[in-house]
Design a protein around this ligand. Sequence first.
Ligand code: 5AD
Ligand code: SF4
Length: 463
Amino acid sequence: MQTKYLYINTIGCQMNVYDSEKIAVVLQPLGYELTPSVDTADLIIVNTCAIRGKAEQKAFSFLGRMAKLKRKRPGLIIGMGGCVAQQEGRKILERMPFVDLVFGTHVISRLPEMVTRIEQKRCHLVDKTVYPGINEYDSITGAGSNGCDNYCTYCVVPYVRGRETSRQPEFILSEILELIGTGVRDVTLLGQNVNSYGQKEGLCSFAGLLEKVNALKGLGRLRFTTSHPKDLSEDLMLAFRDLDKLCRHIHLPVQSGANTVLKRMNRKYTRETYLEKIEKLRQICPEIAITSDFIAGFPGETEAEFLETLDLIKTVEYDSLFAFVYSDRPNAPAAHFGDKISETEKKARLQVLLDLQEELTHKKNRSMVGSIQAVLVEGLSRKQPGHMESGKGPIVQWSGRTEGNKIVNFNCADDRETAVPAVEAGYLVDVKIKRALSHSLWGEPVGAKTETADLKGDKSYAA
Ligand code: 5AD
Ligand code: SF4
């Protein structure tokens, strides 16, 4: 079969990263191999994100650039998948007629058929499913769960990803086992609201699922994201204490520190119940890293409400956080709320929030200096991939993550004769933290862990 090249541009969350991997897999039988360059591609797919206005603009500006390529090479096939495709459907073709294929979030298994039809007839195709009752993820792509039933008033997810559906534990376990067989050691269970896993379907609890995954032989690290504070059960808190492979890190988006705003957001918890849960979690697992998401300038947010958010950040002392200016999303009720905050004010609030966290992150990082952290090596550091030092073997700078998901860079002599063993991606290395930078840590390896021998060829993977 003739080899053809596929370029995928993935925008958005880990669910999209996951979907993109599946897109590549389902198109393999048609002869498509991944290429890192649009110039060599026969098929270009942009996997889009609709969560905030900015992500959507990014997708359209990428496609705009691809239009130029298509004028030069009319045989090029251009496809758009993901949440914007699901949201806009046929309208995309009116706006961007050079696009050949628009496919929603639940039809990845049908891509080979759609691409074949385009290859043969060069027709435009739109495949936008209205959420079928069945979960395509069971058999084909696979995630912990998908979709969301929470209807936060700012959020587009329930409209583009549909109702929350959880996969049967057997599917998840067998997929992870398969991944372990290919050398994967670090697995992340994904879902927009992953910790309400199984409740609707009457499957096992999410803590029960983690216990089953934790028991799989050969697995190094287990993570999950994203959790809704209202669904953070005591069982799940205890899992951080009891499950040896579960990384002690939780991403627990709070969005705002003001009860009045939380109510308007339909978040279904209060500042007090959120703080109680954080306190309990830290009692059970004192070393847990906690991160969060915030929205600055939600409609009607007063200065006083914003100050309550800053106060919550100081109270919790997050390890790090993501913060965004509020943007109107199609179908999301908040788009019709009054008292919108000006762009200038939203950006100013975002900056104040980020500056505050920067200080706190730096403080947290400084408190780690002197500690020894188990670092799962991800690869060569991007900033300084390697240099030679005269008289010694080449020194290379590696980059990896702690259990709490902090980036640690360290130098390692790539010389098997030195006391420090050479490392590779997938090794778990004990690193003594020497310096705290604002966004990362710097350390020196003090020895590779014994398990590293069987961790060769690891890559992290989301399931
Ligand atoms: N505007 C700004 N931020 C948003 N998020 C979700 N929807 C919006 C929106 N309309 C943020 C939330 C969520 C994260 C994934 O994106 O903080 O947790
Ligand atoms: Fe969106 Fe709220 Fe569901 Fe998260 S919990 S995906 S913010 S609706």
